[in-house]
Design a protein. Structure first.
Length: 520
């Protein structure tokens, strides 16, 4: 019985010793490795480490130049050489397999992935130039995909070569610009960026956007129905692209189909204050509302989008505890009491509980807004007040957090001074809210519902209540009972329902029951 050739090959893979390989090859033959699978591992390892001599030795021994790497991407040798930028090896394999060997191996149909595209994906600019010089038969689709994939990977060196050697249509340039802004390194293959290389990646994106715009790209165009600025603004790793778009004259106040401007789009988990500064420095207006009347300050108090398919809408206004960003906007004299279409101001939005924001963070942001002149007595169209919003926090963590054994009073400690300040500034304690008429509505129900989302919640609750009434004929409430129901929806009663009376009761016990009955 012959040697276990697979084990012998793995020994070579461990140390890459060429002398060992030359002793190994006389033991190899297609008879013991019919598909060339084992020796193929050695071939691809030699390509990986750049050992051209070892590659030639294996080819001379009869190893097929089309042997597939069974370990990872199933590349042929010419594709592997394209990936790693082995120019001499790529030329060698090109001579052996010809243009027909440029495709990714596929049994079903001719693959769209070719050696030119692979070289473009992995940033091998010299090899891209070599391929274009070696053969003039590359299809329009291959050259187009090479451009688009290189742009998506921010391989500005490759794009420079392609623009110089290939005549692209303006639509192709625009598509490449869109992919550059929307995608980023790692989008066409499994090797993503190194965090330590963030400055270099930003520089590459900046250079690439500038090159594509100079080649005919439109900075104010949309990509997948979104303005390029609205794509770049909310992503911290798109600073380079954002800066280039603005420097090339993009409209900083452009609005997408949903209404938010790029400035509003900066307020989420993955954005940065640098993006905010760039937009403001290039003329972005903090006073432009979206289609529902929400301003950037609403979005700043929220901090991030609950529905990632939307950039920022007033539904997600002011609820993320982004105090530094809110302060930045306030310093730019953004209207502190701007109301959206159903009466929500940044103060109310800031007080609503959301996953990224703890009770203490909500209190700090609300205090900042009050210091800048926010009215505490505002009441929305649904009867929602600042105290309703504050009482919607759960005493033992928000509903998405596991309950623990912390003392409720300790948990609510940060809220006591704020309750006192809100009441002193005129926040109504006795205003009823239509949102919480149903006993089924809880703190969990309203969490995440503010602005237009609160309107939707109310509409749903009203529909449910109507259905319940229809199933119970003769239950129309007389006036006295309706009035009693309204009293059951005031901030104080809501605080009892949610557990917030730990904070509310402390204020009332200290100062006596306030007389605030209406908003101011």
């Amino acid at each position: 019985m012959g040697p276990n050739f697979d084990n012998l090959v793995h020994t070579y893979l461990e140390h890459g010793n060429r002398e060992y390989l030359t002793k190994l090859l006389p033991l190899w033959s297609p008879a013991i490795d019919e598909d060339h699978a084992s020796i193929g591992l050695a071939m691809h390892h030699a390509i990986y480490i750049g050992d051209e001599t070892a590659v030639r030795v294996m080819l001379d021994a009869g190893v097929r130049p089309t042997v597939v790497d069974e370990r990872e991407l199933h590349y042929t040798p010419i594709l592997a050489a394209s990936r790693y930028g082995r120019r001499e090896m790529a030329r060698l394999f090109w001579r052996l397999v010809g243009p027909d060997g440029r495709f990714y191996p596929s049994l079903r149909r001719i693959s769209e992935l070719t050696s030119l595209v692979v070289a473009a994906q992995y940033g091998q600019a010299d090899l891209v130039a070599d391929f274009l010089d070696m053969w003039d038969g590359w299809s329009v689709d291959e050259k187009r995909r090479a451009l688009l994939d290189a742009a998506a990977e921010w391989n500005d060196n490759v794009v420079t070569v392609l623009l110089a050697k290939v005549g692209y249509e303006v639509d192709d340039i625009q598509e490449a610009l869109g992919r550059c802004v929307d995608f980023g390194p790692g989008s066409t293959h499994y090797i993503g960026p190194d965090d330590d290389d963030t400055p270099e990646y930003n520089a590459r994106a900046h250079r690439l956007v500038c090159r594509l715009v100079d080649a005919g790209g439109n900075v104010d165009a949309t990509y997948l129905k979104r303005p390029l600025l609205c794509i770049a603004a909310p992503l911290a790793d798109r600073i380079g692209a954002l800066k280039a778009l603005l420097e090339k004259g993009a409209n900083p106040n452009i609005q997408n189909a949903e209404g938010p401007t790029p400035l509003q789009a900066t307020f989420n988990f993955s954005s940065s204050i640098e993006a905010l500064r760039l937009l403001m420095d290039h003329g972005a207006s903090p006073e432009i509302p979206d289609q529902n009347g929400a301003t950037p300050l609403h979005a700043a108090a929220y901090g991030s989008s609950l529905e990632k398919l939307q950039l920022i809408t007033p539904d997600y206004a002011a609820a993320g505890g982004e105090q530094d960003i809110a302060k930045f906007l306030l310093d730019r004299r953004v209207p502190v009491d701007a109301a959206n279409t159903n009466g929500w101001t940044p103060l109310l939005c800031a007080l609503m509980p959301t996953p990224p924001k703890a009770l203490a963070g909500a209190c700090r942001l609300a205090s900042l807004l009050l210091q800048r002149g926010a009215r505490a007595g505002v009441v929305t169209d649904e009867g929602w007040t600042a105290l309703h919003a504050l009482a919607s926090h759960r005493p033992r963590g928000n509903y998405w957090e596991p309950a623990d054994a912390q003392d409720d009073r300790s948990k609510w400690t940060p809220a006591v001074p704020l309750v006192r300040e809100l009441v002193a500034r005129g926040a109504p304690l006795y205003t009823p809210s239509s949102v919480i008429r149903s006993p089924a509505v809880t703190a969990e129900t309203v969490s995440g519902a503010w602005g237009v989302r609160m309107q939707r919640l109310l509409a749903k609750a009203t529909t449910t209540a109507s259905a319940d009434t229809e199933t119970r004929p003769g239950t129309v409430q007389p006036g006295a009972e309706a009035e009693e129901e309204e009293e059951g929806t005031t901030p104080l009663v809501w605080a009892c329902r949610t557990g917030a009376m730990v904070a509310f009761g402390a204020v009332i016990a200290e100062d006596g029951e306030p007389s605030n009955r209406t908003g101011s």
